[in-house]
Each structure stands twice: as structure tokens, then as C-alpha cells.
Design a protein around this ligand. Structure first.
Ligand code: 13P
Length: 263
């Protein structure tokens, strides 16, 4: 189990799925499936596409649902001539709490490098939101034995410029790229090993208090079945869930570590 000082965070990254009607249905079903005690023990966030954010915000707030609103991405500027982009201030205005930054799909498909990821992360924090910084290696890097080197670099570059207090409230998600959407999960022991490395890098960067407080998620084919083993590891403080978060039943089962059945 993660340290009692760190409240686990289970996040659903919906990627480019669910229109705003489907999004509303999904959070309403989720709130029906998860009771108050469950939502007190574990923090749950949902990260819908931009077009759904306002609708989901309205449902969460009007029905007093204790699920945090998250975004998947943003620009680093407050405003300006950036066609198609959305600014951190716009997200903050919708009471977005968490913003995913540096997801491997943004890095690999849209060419976002460490420097840009860091600029966005700093802008997210400046706007009063909490970043979920994604890091992780490709299969080739894992096989070449360079996982540690890559994750070390991504954590240092991503968190650069934050104060120790800001690092303490940030979230890092270890998502091995080969495990995303493939049905292949890292073993709990392998995931734990990399999460220990992330925490040790955070300690070097920001000190022991920040390292003890920072939450580290695992992501990559998380399911109601494998979440139990992952969450039993001391340095895994939550999960960043893609495919299995689209179905409210399976996401509720993950958020309760499999205690609530997936159907
Ligand atoms: P899957 O859970 O579909 O493998 O996706 C993981 C992910 O990329 C979450 O950000």
C-alpha cells in the first residue's frame, strides 16, 4: 500500500473518446457506483476531451459529486494567436484541478519534447492547477536497458523550475509506452522499481519532504484485475487509466481496487 500520507489518485484519461452527452452519462453513472466512503479513501479524476469539460463541470458541481475534473493537455501561453489551442487559464476557469502533461501520445505523435513539456507544466502550476507529468520508455528502450536513464531525464526536465512545495503537490505518472493500449502491463514489481527511481530523482531535485509527498501513478493497460497488485506496491500511489476508464463499471472497479465488481 502507498504511504498513508499520500491519498491515492485514480485518473481516467478518456483521450479522444466520449462526446459531451456520453461524458455526462459516464460521470453520473460513476457517481452512482462510488459511495462517499470510497471517494474519501481514493481521489478520482476524469479527463474528458475539451468539448466535454464545461458539461462535466456542471454535472459535478450541481450534483456535488466528489470527482475531480481533469484535462488532457493545454498550451503554455495565457492567450494569443495559437489556432486550435486551449490555455491553462481557460481550464482553471472551469475549475479543472489536474492537467495531464507530456503524455507519450503528445510526445510521440505531436512531437512534444522535454522543454515544451516543462513550459506547459510551469504554466499549469502558475494557473493554480496540478500537473500529472507522464514519463516512460519505449519497448526498444526497455530492451536496451535504458529505462532508468530516460525516466530520470524526463522527470528532471519536466519538474525543472518548480519549488519543493510545488513538486510535493505534483503527480508523476509512469507509463511505459509499450504497455499503453496493448493489454501488456508492467509487472507490479517492475512498475514499483521505476516508481522508486522517480521518487529518488524527486528527492535529489526537491528534497525528502517533496519526495515523500509526491504522488506517483502507474499507467498502461490497468484493469480491475491488475490494479490490486499494482496498488499493493509501496511507491505506486494511483493509476492513470485509458481504455478501462471509458466504461463506468470498470473504472469504478479500478477506483475501488477491484472490490466493486466490473459488471
Ligand atoms: P490504457 O489504459 O488504454 O493502456 O492507456 C493508458 C494511458 O495512456 C493513460 O494515460
Amino acid at each position: 500500500m502507498p504511504s498513508a500520507a499520500r491519498r491515492p489518485l485514480i485518473s481516467g484519461n478518456w483521450k479522444m473518446n466520449h462526446n459531451h452527452f456520453e461524458a455526462i452519462q459516464s460521470v453520473q453513472k460513476l457517481s452512482y457506483l462510488l459511495d462517499k466512503d470510497e471517494l474519501a479513501a481514493v481521489e478520482v479524476s476524469v479527463h474528458p476531451p475539451f468539448t466535454d469539460l464545461r458539461s462535466v463541470q456542471t454535472v459535478l458541481e450541481s450534483d456535488h459529486i466528489d470527482i475531480a475534473l481533469g484535462a488532457q493537455h493545454c498550451h503554455f501561453a495565457d492567450k494569443g494567436a495559437f489556432t486550435g489551442e486551449v490555455s491553462p487559464l481557460m481550464l482553471a476557469k472551469l475549475n479543472v484541478r489536474y492537467v495531464i502533461v507530456g503524455h507519450s501520445e503528445r510526445r510521440e505523435v505531436f512531437g512534444e519534447g522535454d522543454e515544451l513539456v516543462n513550459k506547459k507544466l510551469l504554466a499549469i502550476v502558475r494557473a493554480g492547477m496540478l500537473p500529472i507529468l507522464c514519463v516512460g520508455e519505449t519497448l526498444a528502450e526497455r530492451e536496451a536497458g535504458t529505462t532508468g536513464r530516460k525516466v530520470d531525464r524526463q522527470v528532471r526536465a519536466g519538474l525543472a523550475g518548480l519549488s519543493p512545495e510545488q513538486v510535493a503537490t505534483a503527480v508523476v505518472a509512469y507509463e511505459p509506452i509499450w504497455a499503453i493500449g496493448t493489454g501488456r502491463t508492467a509487472t507490479a514489481a517492475d512498475a514499483q522499481e521505476v516508481c522508486v527511481l522517480v521518487r529518488s530523482v524527486v528527492k535529489e531535485l526537491a528534497g525528502a519532504d517533496a519526495a515523500a509527498a509526491v504522488r506517483i501513478q502507474y499507467g498502461g493497460s490497468v484493469t480491475p484485475d491488475n490494479v490490486v497488485g499494482l496498488m499493493a506496491e509501496p511507491d505506486i500511489d494511483g493509476a492513470l487509466v485509458g481504455g478501462a476508464s471509458l466504461d463506468a463499471d470498470s473504472f469504478a472497479a479500478i477506483a475501488t481496487y477491484g472490490q466493486r465488481g466490473a459488471d
